[in-house]
Design a protein around this ligand. Structure first.
Ligand code: ADP
Length: 377
């Protein structure tokens, strides 16, 4: 088990990683996910031993690693611009970590061929790295990191240079390969699809701060705060400023900027019970995913929130329709070719079962809360 306990890394006045706690189980594929400058690479370097924590401890199977040099940690690392030996062929680059461990020649050959087949680099085994494309070199670097057995594999954007089709295929291969190895993998990416599809659990960080650590399912369906909610999902979650209206003890939400004709929304059981009086003081925001809501051309029992069509983007099999409610824009997925025009009025099903509610950027309720609650059924 790999553990980080209250790990902080500062560079002068800059805090790259702040008070990070993390436990990775054996065989677990953990993805560190966040925007540029979030502290992803620093976290990986701390685990590898390339960087020393300013505060906190790192353990592997209960042994303190802080003072253990990188070469004595049984870990391998690959990063985005990983240097290969330019004077050696691809075969020899891949064989290098195995030769260093005095593996018999026949076994080396078998291992190289196995990893080369997975990474689709067999045709280039005799070439030198200088004669490969960036994507091919990245696959060789990945192969060199994964070819030998290690306790922990540290992968920093290892497939980010590949074209979209190959990247998609490599995700599957990488997951299968790591599953076979049963080792702990820590993989850094800023691509949410990669993070979701690869990880058992993902750690979302921003500006050195842990935002959430959980399964892809938890991160997607129960984001801890607005940052996670807005950073995960495609198209990104839409947000509406709302305020609480507590008329005659019957609390409802009103979309800000709709004063002339107030757009009112029901408050779910969970949100109503969680929100205290102070909730009305802070900022309340409502988040909806395009795939969780739908639109109707007419008012119906479920589709009660009026909105004005702002723009329609065609994806072929469906459209992404952006509508305006008050001053805010909301994206909705709709069947393609339903003949919507800009400024048409449509009706949306924005309800406690389709929206996430945030107070002062922290989550108050999610659609799943309302679906699970007995009254919501
Ligand atoms: P990410 O990998 O998420 O893009 P990094 O871990 O590389 O982010 O960097 C996190 C923050 O720490 C950034 O603001 C970066 O400028 C800073 N940082 C990283 N390494 C150093 C360093 N060696 N010296 C000074 N600042 C650094």
């Amino acid at each position: 088990m790999l553990e980080l306990r209250s790990v902080t890394k500062t560079y002068g006045s800059k805090t790259a990683v702040r008070n990070l706690n993390l436990e990775c189980r054996p065989g677990e594929f953990v993805v560190i996910f966040g925007p540029a400058g979030a502290g992803k690479s620093t976290t990986l370097n701390l685990i590898a031993g390339i960087t020393e924590p300013t505060q906190g401890e790192i353990y592997f199977n209960g042994n303190l690693l802080n003072r253990v040099p990188p070469e004595h940690r049984n870990m391998t690392m690959v990063f985005e611009n990983y240097a290969l030996y330019s004077h050696l062929s691809v075969f020899e680059n891949l064989a290098f970590p195995l030769r260093a461990r005095r593996m018999p020649q026949a076994e080396i050959k078998r291992s190289v061929q196995e990893i080369a087949a997975i990474l689709q680099i067999e045709p280039f085994l005799q070439r030198r790295p200088g004669f490969l494309s960036g994507g091919q070199r990245q696959r060789v670097a990945l192969g060199r990191a994964l070819i030998r057995d290690a306790d922990v594999y540290l992968l920093d954007e290892p497939i980010s240079h590949l074209d979209a089709k190959l990247r998609h295929r490599m995700r599957g291969e990488l997951k299968a390969l790591c599953q076979r190895k049963q080792a702990t993998v820590i993989h850094v990416t800023h691509d949410y699809r990669e993070a979701m599809s690869l990880s058992h659990r993902m750690l979302v960080i921003n500006q050195g701060n842990l935002m959430q650590f959980g399964t892809p399912d938890e991160i997607y369906h129960t984001p801890a705060n607005e940052f996670v909610a807005s950073f995960v999902g495609e198209p990104p979650m839409s947000f509406l400023d709302v305020h609480l209206l507590n008329a005659a003890g019957f609390p409802r939400l009103v979309v800000s900027g709709t004063d002339a004709q107030p757009v009112k929304l029901d408050l779910g059981e969970k949100a109503a019970s969680t929100m205290t009086k102070s909730a009305s003081v802070g900022t309340l925001r409502l988040g909806v995913r395009a795939s969780d809501i739908s639109l109707n051309m007419t008012l119906s029992e479920t589709h009660t929130t009026p909105a004005e069509v702002y723009v329609v983007e065609t994806l072929g099999h469906r459209d992404i329709v952006t509508v305006k409610i008050g001053k805010d824009l909301v994206k909705v997925i709709a069947p393609s070719g339903i003949g919507l025009d800009v400024r048409d009025t449509v009706w949306l099903n924005i309800s406690p079962r389709t929206y996430h509610l945030f107070h002062d950027e922290q989550a108050v309720s999610h659609p799943v809360d309302e679906i699970r609650s007995p009254q919501g059924v």
